[in-house]
Design a protein around this ligand. Sequence first.
Ligand code: PEP
Length: 250
Amino acid sequence: MRKPIIAGNWKMYKTLEEATQFAEEVKGLAPDPEKMDAVICSPAPYLAQLVQVLDGYPVAVGAQNMHYEDEGAFTGEVSPVQLKDLSVQYVIIGHSERREYFNETDEAVNKKAKAALKYELTPIICVGETLEEREAGNTEKKVSTQVKAALEGLNDSQVKQSVIAYEPIWAIGTGKTATAEDANEVCGAIRKTVAELYSDETAQAVRIQYGGSVKPENIDELLSMEHIDGALVGGASLKSDSFAKLLEAG
Ligand code: PEP
C-alpha cells in the first residue's frame, strides 16, 4: 500500500507573517502520519521558520527548487547541503514553471534529483505535457521521456524514495483539472515506464501525485484512482482551511 502524499506549492506567495500564521493554523490539523504525508513547499526565505514552527508536527517542509552542486559561485542559488542543514525534507524538482521560465532542462532535473537523494531530501519530480502535446496525442510519449531522463542513473532504492508528480501544464493554475480517469491513465503510464526501467516492485512502490487545479472538491475522486497517490497543489494550498481539507481526503 502506498501512503498518499499531499504537498502544497506556495510558489512565490506569502510574507513571513502569513507563512508563520499558516503553519500555526495547520499544525494541529495535520493528518495521521501513518495514513498520509503532508508537505508545505515554501519560498526559500521562510524554510527555516516553517521548520521551527512545525517541529514535532506531522507536516514536513519542502523547497521549490535547488541547485545540484553542494556549494560554489552560483549567485542566488540554494544548495542541497543548505536545505539539509535547515532540516528541510522535500524539494520540488523540474516544476513546469521552472522548465518554462528558467530554462530547466531534463539534464538539470536529473542532476538535481541525484543531488537531492544524495542528501536524503525527497525529490518531487514534476513531469507533464502542454495542451498542444495532449491534442497531438503525445502525452504519454512526452511524460515517459521526461521520466526516463529524470531517473537516469538512479538505483531502485532511490526511485522508491522519490515522488513523481504528473502535472499537465494546461491544468496548472487554470482551474482546468484533468478528469480523474485521464490523470489516472497518465499516472499508470508513468508507473509502466518505471516498471520497464526498473521492476514491477519498484513501480508499485514509487508514489505518483497528480497536480493541476486540485482542490477540496476534487481531491477525493483523484485519490480514489489506482495510480494516483496524492497531489501537488498550488492555489488551494495557500489558505490553511482549504489545505486542511485536502489533508482530510482519502
Ligand atoms: C502547482 O503549482 O504545481 C499546481 C498544480 O498549481 P495549481 O494547483 O494552482 O494548479
